[in-house]
Ligand binder design. Sequence first.
Ligand code: AMP
Ligand code: FE
Ligand code: FE
Ligand code: ZN
Length: 271
Amino acid sequence: MRYADLHTHTFHSDGTRSPREVIDLASSHGIEIIAISDHDNLAAYFEIKGYADEAGATLIPAAELSAEHQGIDIHVLAYAVDPLDDRLNERLAKFREDRLTRGHRMCERLLAAGYPISTERVLELCGGGAMGRPHVARALIEAGHVSSMKEAFDQLLRPGRPGFVAKPRFAIGEVVELVHSAGGLTSVAHPSLYPEHRRLVTEVLDLGVDGIEVFHPEVDPESRRFYTALASDRGLMITGGSDDHGTAKTTETLGTVKVEEKHVRPILDRM
Ligand code: AMP
Ligand code: FE
Ligand code: FE
Ligand code: ZN
């Protein structure tokens, strides 16, 4: 039986690993089916597909997309999309551009609030990928304004804090339509991490999302049981992954979630 990790990040978004390191580390944990799901970015797929083929790993084209439902940020994972789909790529490129503009505004707001950081340093940490709050957080740590990622988010980068700037997001129906039209499937990421999540996730599923990420380091056993039953009731797929960001999060999680191949069937059948 083969195992999968369907949720990983690289330095093409807010992770710290290279795509090659993700493939190698996953392989060392006995994981042979891998989705690199960078925020708003498919670059890792193009970079590492040839290497994954040589290594005998199955690489699934994927991305984690930010959508909005009733003002709440809902992360939707896209799987088995055509990586060359024009409409999808144009939309992702626009989101990455918006993320850059937002990064600059966050630096300005932090400066005005008395937490100066170098915009050049944030750009450097981002390295041309999809910029996110973690890049700003790392610059804040380096500048000595906070001592951890958690402190950076809690004090400065969460909604309502001085450094927060909202970013444009998909509507749920829109992301579902776009991913489907690119030949892919969607899954709601880390379902238990949203406020009033049982109601919220149920509504999100009503809008056409195809699956639920029940295996995730931050999804507790009770929620996992609840969402597995919900998926079963509705005939939806269940997905899972480590959501590894390398050292950009407090814990490195690659290898801690191993999803049985049978759950990945609907995705593999699309490829
Ligand atoms: P953004 O897409 O720019 O709004 O940033 C969201 C990203 O920040 C998520 O994908 C996580 O990787 C990261 N993140 C969110 N909250 C925290 C936190 N409290 N500590 C560390 N990283 C976080
Ligand atoms: Fe992230
Ligand atoms: Fe997420
Ligand atoms: Zn993620």
